[in-house]
Design a protein around this ligand. Structure first.
Ligand SMILES: [Zn+2]
Length: 555
């Protein structure tokens, strides 16, 4: 560690620190995360700055965490008494290492792993990168210990010339990013508290998570201002059971769900783009009917939910679009059933009448108010007991829990006609669209442009600024839609909100920070061929970080 500390060349230092951190296996939701946090704490504690200011460095327990994990929080104050502060964020956890198969024991030993990989059958591109010597392999090297190493190394440099450094930094290294963001969600409160107790005014947050080629053969280096968001719009499609021999007497929820999926899945008309950047369109993460055993009765209900990436639409707008889709799908199915029934009657020479089905689409909050009105206090009391009981079943995740609540509401519903219930299930990751509309956003965009121009001219490397970090990450929790309609659309339509799942929306809205991701470049995150390009990641990233910080915190 002493050795790392004394390295004057920043890229050598970042590489060495990355190696040291990769060697501390820190798979998400294991004790390894805290070992990595402790290592980083010990490293920072040796710096003269933290020797002088030990009170600015701490491992902060994550409230209620079953593994007793900590966030690393390090404040560094510049020499000129200023409130202006930039947050540096990184996650110290990694995904598991099972994907390495028989190489698993050296997944976190980059040098040994490179040797072992040479003996494997590898895709041509991986082999070429391996043999070039310009890439570092290893679990977490790319995602994202090299990003943390770059941030720390830049801080160390700045700590040696604090007199000329305007403003302050808060460095946060958090666990659980690859799971439930427990670290970041606790850090939201830490940041608000720190702002109050230390008199800090945050300007922006910088993450250094991984960046990767966007298409085969892509050799661009990307810097992202803002981030993609994610919602999980969900449907309980309630049909009407019937005997297969009298199929026109029922409505098959599988047919309704299929029409819904056909119109939503992979549909570019729902793809939520902004400024010429489009995330991947919605795609199903579940579609299954609720029938457990074989019988000649058609299914009663279908559970359906979609991954939905956002760049600009808030939960209220997405909900509207999906209600619309549900209406259209329902109409189409009724039309089709009527057409087929007419043909069936004529083929059998029997009298035809119009089928009785009506398009019915409700949000879960509408369903709730309707039931409360019709069933009165019995309904509320019943649901309370039901929820309490459901909470004792720890095998249910937030999605199963929410789905079961909606199914119970449908069970109580006096009307038994077909209906599509629209709602949200967890998680929710707000998108952050840095439009340049307020001073902070303008300042971040300006600072980044300056820094990019300087790095390009000093190094001859082209950097491509983009608007939305394309991978779901902790960055989302620096800002959220705060207009009441958006919040209501989400919280009133997410069964289990506040019981099984919750976000500190108010605290996040208080931060309301524009964000940027300046991170290592590499390939195959979350695969055993995970690797980073050393020159860009170890030399260019720290340079760009340092220049961005200087412009952000300078006047
Ligand atoms: Zn990551």
């Amino acid at each position: 560690m002493e050795e790392v500390f004394n390295m004057s060349d920043i890229s050598t230092r970042v590489e060495r620190l990355t190696l040291d951190m990769v060697r501390i296996t820190s798979i998400s939701e294991t004790a390894g995360e805290d070992r990595c946090a402790r290592f980083m704490y010990d490293h920072l504690a040796q710096w003269p700055y933290y020797q002088d200011h030990p009170e600015h460095l701490r491992l902060e327990p994550i409230p209620g965490d079953l593994l007793g994990r900590h966030n690393l929080v390090a404040l560094m104050r510049g020499g000129q008494d200023s409130a202006r502060t930039v947050v540096l964020l990184g996650h110290l956890d990694t995904v598991a290492t099972d994907d390495y198969g028989d190489l698993q024991e050296c997944a976190c030993e980059p040098l040994a792993l490179a040797e072992r990989l040479k003996t494997q059958d590898l895709p041509d591109e991986v082999r070429a990168d391996l043999e070039s010597g310009e890439w570092m392999f290893g679990r977490g090297a790319f995602d994202m210990k090299s990003g943390l190493a770059a941030q720390m190394s830049v801080m160390l440099d700045l700590s040696e010339r604090l007199d000329s450094f305007a403003g302050n930094l808060v460095f946060l290294a958090v666990p659980d990013e690859e799971n439930n963001s427990a670290g970041m969600l606790a850090a939201v409160h830490t940041l608000n508290n720190l702002a109050a107790s230390e008199g800090l005014e945050y300007l922006a947050a910088i993450d250094s998570d991984y960046t990767a080629p966007r298409f085969p053969g892509d050799e661009n280096n990307y810097v992202y201002v803002g981030t993609v968001g994610k919602l999980l719009p969900s449907f309980l499609v309630v049909g009407k059971e019937t005997h297969v021999g009298q199929s026109f007497e029922g409505v098959d929820p599988n047919q309704l769900a299929s029409e819904l999926t056909r119109s939503i899945n992979m549909s570019m008309d729902l793809c939520d783009g902004a400024e010429g950047e489009y995330p991947s369109p919605p795609v199903t993460l579940r579609q299954k009917d609720t029938k457990e055993n074989y019988s000649v009765q058609t299914a009663g209900m279908v559970e359906l939910f979609f991954n939905y990436h956002t760049h600009r639409s808030t939960p209220d707008l997405v909900l509207e679009k999906l209600i619309d889709k549900a209406h259209t799908a329902f109409d189409k199915v009724i039309d089709r059933l009527n057409r087929e029934y007419k043909a069936f009657c004529s083929a059998n020479s029997i009298p035809h009448h119009k089928l009785p089905w009506q398009t019915r689409v409700v949000t879960v909050s509408e369903l709730h108010y309707d039931l409360a009105e019709r069933l009165g206090s019995d309904y509320e009391a019943h649901m309370e007991v039901f929820r309490k009981q459901l909470l004792t079943d720890t095998s249910l995740d937030g999605r199963d829990y929410g789905m079961k609540i909606v199914r119970e509401m449908i069970r109580l519903r006096p009307a038994k006609d077909p209906v599509i219930v629209v709602f949200y299930l967890p998680p929710y990751y707000p998108h952050i669209y840095v439009e340049g509309e307020n001073e902070r956003e303008k300042h971040l965009l300006w600072s980044l442009t300056q820094a990019i121009t300087e790095v390009e001219s000093e190094t001859g490397t082209t950097l491509i600024p983009k608007k939305f970090y394309p991978y779901i990450s902790d960055l989302s929790y620096f800002s959220t839609a705060s207009n009441p309609d958006a919040i209501r659309a989400l919280t009133e339509n997410m069964p289990g909100w506040g019981e099984k799942y919750e976000l500190p929306l108010e605290a996040i809205a208080r931060l309301n920070l524009p964000v940027v991701n300046i991170g290592p470049m590499g390939k195959d995150a979350h695969k055993y061929t995970e690797r980073l390009q050393k020159d860009y990641s170890f030399r260019l990233v720290p340079l760009l970080l340092e220049k961005t910080l200087t412009h952000l915190l300078g006047e």
